[in-house]
Design a protein around this ligand. Structure first.
Ligand code: TXA
Ligand code: MG
Length: 350
């Protein structure tokens, strides 16, 4: 059931968490499926509810009041790494950054899928902070969708996917960031980005003066960041990214390609997802649109708006009855663009 967040619903949610149940929790990135992060029974419930394989580890969510106690759960291999962590925490917490740490034994192996590192994040959403504080300990929370499906950015999305499996979904309105947190590993002379997200690579470099490196070799996803598996964030409707080399070139070539893809998927009807309204004219030929429908993620092509609308528009398009979804290719590599590109490429049919 969706409950407006207030003192009464928060205490109901805490009561459920103490019984090792999971609850839907709003965060500024996406909604999470929260459970007691230090209790294997609760963690097992999370995996079961999401139908998530247990080799895909979870993020522990802490509140600002718990920061002084971080070494309850983690150890720092050196004072230098601790210093960099403190700089990142100062700059980006609370907010969409998840950091990996060496875990202490108090963190259950099930939370980390047996890995020696634990992922920790401090969300900025006031309802998440209140819930974590009222519960009094870290909450494990993956995105509150079934495994492989699109992340939820509204309470109603959670209700639709998991409403029959959990009793409480706290409503904290639409998630403002809209894509998940950036997952990083701090090393002595660089920062590895295991999942691009709400905090950009450039802002990490600016804060720490360390270089960043995207470490998403598809051959090592399982050992690097197990959540970066293929077929994530996928709608039911086939989704294809328009080939970069065809966009902006002769329209006829693009038209032929679109025609071929529609034929291949038996699609009579297609929808184009645009990043900006000003891009629309690239996708018409002789005044006729190449796609039956189009929907725009941001009027002026603003990355923060694109990110925040991404999953809700993807869901909406998926449910619209269209036969195939096409998306513009991402052509920029800074700021939120790598996260936007990552979510669409994982949603795309291979
Ligand atoms: O924004 C977010 O991070 C959202 C909200 C709810 O906080 N949570 C989220 O959780 O996206 P989830 O479980 O859907 O994704 C967690 C990501 C996965 O890619 C996972 O592989 C990675 O974090 N991760 C967690 N623990 C890890 C570890 N010990 N080593 C490597 N990657 C880890
Ligand atoms: Mg997820």
């Amino acid at each position: 059931m969706i409950l407006k967040a207030n003192p009464e619903s928060l205490s109901q949610a805490v009561h459920a968490l103490k019984k090792n149940e999971c609850v839907g929790m709003p965060t500024e990135t996406v909604y999470g499926l929260a459970g007691n992060g230090l209790e294997p029974v609760a963690i097992a419930r999370i995996f079961e509810t999401k139908e998530r394989p247990t080799f895909d580890p979870l993020i522990l969510h802490i509140s600002p009041s718990m920061l002084p106690r971080i070494e309850t759960w983690v150890t720092f291999p050196s004072p230098e790494l601790k210093k960099t962590f403190e700089i990142c925490a100062q700059a980006f917490w609370p907010g969409p950054l998840t950091m990996l740490f060496q875990k202490k034994p108090i963190v259950p192996d099930l939370a980390t899928s047996g890995l020696p590192e634990v992922a920790i994040r401090m969300p900025s959403h006031p309802v998440a902070i209140s819930l974590i504080d009222a519960f009094g300990g870290p909450l494990a929370a993956p995105s509150a969708n079934k495994f492989g499906s699109m992340s939820p950015t509204r309470a109603a999305h959670v209700e639709k996917e998991l409403g029959d499996r959990i009793s409480i979904i706290l409503d904290g309105d639409a998630s403002a960031v809209g894509v998940e947190s950036t997952v990083i590993r701090i090393l002595p002379n660089k920062i590895e980005i295991l999942r691009p997200g709400g905090v950009s690579a450039e802002s990490l470099t600016q804060a720490t003066t360390l270089r960043t490196e995207f470490s998403m070799n598809p051959h090592s996803t399982l050992s690097a960041s197990p959540g970066t598996l293929e077929n994530h964030y996928a709608p039911q409707t086939p989704l294809l990214i328009l080939p970069r080399k065809l966009v902006g070139g002769p329209v006829q070539e693009l038209k032929n390609w679109v025609h071929d893809q529609k034929k291949k998927f038996g699609a009579k009807n297609s929808t184009l997802i645009l990043f900006s309204e000003s891009h629309a004219d690239k996708y018409e030929s002789g005044g006729v649109d190449l796609f039956e429908q189009s929907i725009c993620l941001s009027e002026k092509g603003k990355p923060s708006e694109i990110a925040s609308n991404l999953f809700s528009i993807l869901r909406q398009t998926d449910e619209s009855g269209t036969h195939i979804i096409f998306v513009e290719p991402v052509t920029e590599a800074t700021g939120l663009w790598p996260a936007i590109h990552d979510r669409f490429s994982k949603a795309a049919r291979k």
